[in-house]
Design a protein around this ligand. Structure first.
Ligand code: NAD
Length: 269
């Protein structure tokens, strides 16, 4: 089988679980060497399992601890990875979390933590990745692009979400950050795009699908009537990282089973 990402180095942030782990497995399956980033709060044993699984399948992966919201840790991660592997070709800006509350009850800490990881964390990683892409330029033996960034957004970059103002604002911010960086660096053959997942079964939202009643309620929001799996996202990450998407830049691919199609109008509104 053709390995579309052969010899490319990919950093996937927040890759010890859920969508990040799914993207790491998919990129490794396509031939990339994957750096599985995780924050200090994660148990190293759990993170190693993701890397071990990839290696057992014949892929290449290492783990790297860094908090994406901390500038010094992000800079060090890119410096260390570049020193170890020579460069970075792909960044999947995936790390994210929710700290939910009604607006009137939301603390400044809840606001700052979500913006700090979901938006500032993506900015910091994108900045360091772009610096490395500019330094190296295009290496035609690997890709037509000087580098690729995939931002993990959400359907909430366009769907408002009561009780989650910090999260929705962070993803709306990711959308304009992604488009602006794409516009700024397209002349350098750098591609920046987003994936906007709908409801994907991961630890972030397990309370929305772990009982049959909760799942039925959730599926009312999904015209395709199934919850997404991390593999649904991993495949799109490989596409956006590969030259198959060489003319796609500054766009968001919604992977949501139709969640953004106003499902309330499904039966004539
Ligand atoms: P998850 O909780 O399994 O994954 C989030 C990951 O981010 C975890 O591995 C966590 O350790 C990591 N992380 C948190 N803070 C970090 C930090 N400071 N530094 C580095 N890593 C950190 O949940 P998930 O669903 O896989 O979420 C992944 C991304 O997908 C998030 O950006 C989320 O907003 C987005 N998303 C998920 C869904 C869904 O339905 N699951 C839908 C839309 C968007």
């Amino acid at each position: 089988m053709e390995k579309k990402l052969q010899d490319q180095i990919a950093i996937v942030t927040g890759a010890s679980s859920g969508i990040g782990a799914g993207c790491a497995r998919a990129l490794a399956g396509a031939g990339a060497t994957v750096v599985i980033n995780y924050p200090a709060a994660r148990s190293k044993e759990k993170v190693s399992k993701v890397a071990d699984g990839i290696v057992a399948e014949g892929g290449k992966a290492i783990i790297y601890q860094a908090d994406v919201s901390k500038e010094d840790e992000v800079v060090k991660m890119f410096t260390d990875v570049t020193a170890q592997f020579g460069t970075v070709d792909i960044l999947v800006n995936n790390a994210g979390l929710q700290r939910d509350a009604k607006l009137v009850d939301m603390t400044i800490d809840q606001w700052n933590e979500v913006i700090g990881i979901n938006l500032t964390g993506q900015f910091l990683c994108a900045r360091e990745a772009i610096k490395e892409f500019l330094r190296r330029g295009v290496d035609e033996t690997k890709s037509k692009a000087a580098g690729k960034i995939i931002c993990m957004s959400s359907v909430h970059e366009v769907i408002p979400w009561a009780g989650h103002v910090n999260y929705a604002a962070s993803k709306g911010g990711v959308m304009m950050m992604m488009k602006t960086i794409a516009q700024e660096y397209a002349p350098h053959k750098i591609r920046v795009n987003s994936i906007a997942p709908g409801a994907i079964a991961t630890p972030i939202n397990h309370e929305a699908w772990d009982t049959p009643e909760d799942l039925q309620k959730l599926l009312k929001l999904v015209p395709q009537k199934r919850i997404g799996q991390v593999e649904d996202i991993g495949k799109v990450a490989v596409f956006l990282a590969s030259d198959d998407s060489d003319y796609i830049n500054g766009t968001t691919i919604f992977v949501d089973g139709g969640m953004t199609l106003y499902p309330g109008f499904e039966d004539n509104g």
